[in-house]
Design a binder for this molecule. Structure first.
Ligand code: F6P
Length: 319
C-alpha cells in the first residue's frame, strides 16, 4: 500500500529545515510514497492546512534559511483532546506517518501522535543544540557561524576603542552556542549556565587580564542567565574597561544554511523516510560520531546533555 507521509516544522525555525524538507519530499517520492506538507507546525493539522508536495515543490530551497512551510509554538497541543483531534484528522486524510522537525517541544508532540496511532519520527532542528540524543542539531552550525561573523566584526571596533564587549547569544537553556563561539572567537571569558563559575570569577579574571596588559576584552554570555546591560555596567565600574553590551537576537536564526547543516539535514531527512518505510515509529534521529542513529523519543526526552564545559576550559587556557 502507498504510504502517505506528512512533514511539519515546529518551534523556533532553524537554517537547514528547508534542506530537510526537500530531502524528505524527494526521498519519499523516490520510494513511491505520497508526501504532504503541514503548514505552521502542529496547529496546521487542526486547521487542516495540509498540501500535497511534488518534486518541484521543493526546488531552490536547499540554500534558504527559515522554513518554507512555516512554524509555530502551539501550546494547546499539550492537551490530550487536541492531540486526539489532530490524529483523527490525519487518519481521516489517510496520512499514516508524520516526520516532525524541531526541538524538544516538537519531540513531545511527535510522541503524543505516536501514542494516538500515527507513525512518527522526530528530527532535531533547532539552533540551540539542546537535544541530548544527538551530537548536533540542524541549524546549530549556521547559527554558530553567524555569531562568529558578528563577534569578529564587533572585535574590530571593540579593539580599536580598547573596550570590553559583552555579547549575549541564544541557546535557550543550553550553553553550546556560547561555548563554541567563545572558543572560536578567542573570547576572554564565556559565561554559560552549565558552569559553576559565578560573576565574581568573571570580574576577577577580567581584572587580572587587564593588569596583565590586555587592552580590550570579549565576553560571551549565554541567554537567560544574567542581564548583560547590568553586567556591562558592573564590568565598567569594577574592572575599568569602557564596556558595551549587545544582544544578538533573532538574526542568529536566519541566513543560508552552512554546508554542514545542508548535509546533516539531507542525511537526516532521507534516513527518516527509510525508517518510515520500515514502519518504525515513536523514534527520533540523532547523529553520534558522524553516524546516524535512532532512539525512542520517550527515552531521548529523559536524557541529560553532557554540555560544553570542556570547551570553556580550553578557551580559558588560551585567553
Ligand atoms: O529555540 C530557539 C530559540 O531561538 C532560543 O534560542 C530562544 O531562546 C528562543 O528560540 C526565542 O524564541 P522566540 O523566537 O519565540 O522569541
Amino acid at each position: 500500500m502507498c504510504k502517505k507521509i506528512a512533514i511539519l516544522t515546529s518551534g523556533g525555525d532553524a537554517p537547514g529545515m528547508n534542506a530537510c524538507i526537500r530531502s524528505i519530499v524527494r526521498s519519499g517520492l523516490s520510494q513511491g510514497f505520497e508526501v504532504y506538507a503541514i503548514y505552521d507546525g502542529y496547529k496546521g493539522i487542526i486547521k487542516r492546512n495540509i498540501v500535497k508536495m511534488e518534486r518541484h515543490s521543493v526546488s531552490d530551497i536547499i540554500n534558504r534559511g527559515g522554513t518554507i512551510i512555516g512554524t509555530a509554538r502551539f501550546k494547546e497541543f499539550v492537551e490530550l483532546e487536541t492531540q486526539k483531534k489532530a490524529a483523527d484528522i490525519l487518519k481521516e486524510m489517510e496520512i499514516d506517518s508524520l516526520i516532525a522537525i524541531g526541538g524538544d517541544g516538537t519531540y513531545k508532540g511527535a510522541l503524543a501522535l505516536h501514542r494516538q496511532g500515527i507513525h512518527t519520527i522526530a528530527i532535531p532542528g533547532t539552533i540551540d543544540n539542546d537535544i541530548a540524543s544527538t551530537d548536533f542539531t540542524i541549524g546549530f552550525d549556521t547559527a554558530l557561524n553567524t555569531i562568529i561573523d558578528c563577534i569578529d566584526k564587533l572585535r574590530d571596533t571593540s579593539t580599536s576603542h580598547q573596550r570590553c564587549s559583552v555579547v549575549e547569544v541564544m541557546g535557550h537553556h543550553c550553553g553550546d552556542l556560547a561555548a563554541y563561539a567563545g572558543l572560536a572567537c578567542g573570547a576572554e571569558f564565556t559565561l554559560i549556565n552549565e558552569q559553576l563559575t559565578n560573576k565574581a570569577a568573571l570580574l576577577n579574571d577580567l581584572k587580572r587580564q587587564k593588569s596583565d596588559g590586555k587592552r580590550h576584552a570579549m565576553v560571551i554570555v549565554a541567554e537567560k542567565i544574567i542581564n548583560v546591560d547590568e553586567l556591562a555596567h558592573e564590568i565598567e565600574r569594577e574592572v575599568g574597561f569602557d564596556t558595551r553590551s549587545e544582544v544578538l537576537g533573532h538574526m542568529q536564526r536566519g541566513g543560508s544554511p552552512t554546508a554542514n547543516d545542508r548535509v546533516l539535514a539531507s542525511r537526516m531527512g532521507d534516513y527518516a523516510v527509510n525508517l518510515i518505510a520500515k514502519d518504525t515509529s515513536g523514534v527520533c534521529i540523532g547523529i553520534i560520531d558522524n553516524k546516524l542513529q535512532y532512539l525512542d523519543i520517550e527515552k531521548a526526552l529523559t536524557m541529560k546533555r553532557k554540555g560544553s564545559i570542556d570547551l570553556l576550559e580550553v578557551a580559558k587556557r588560551l585567553a
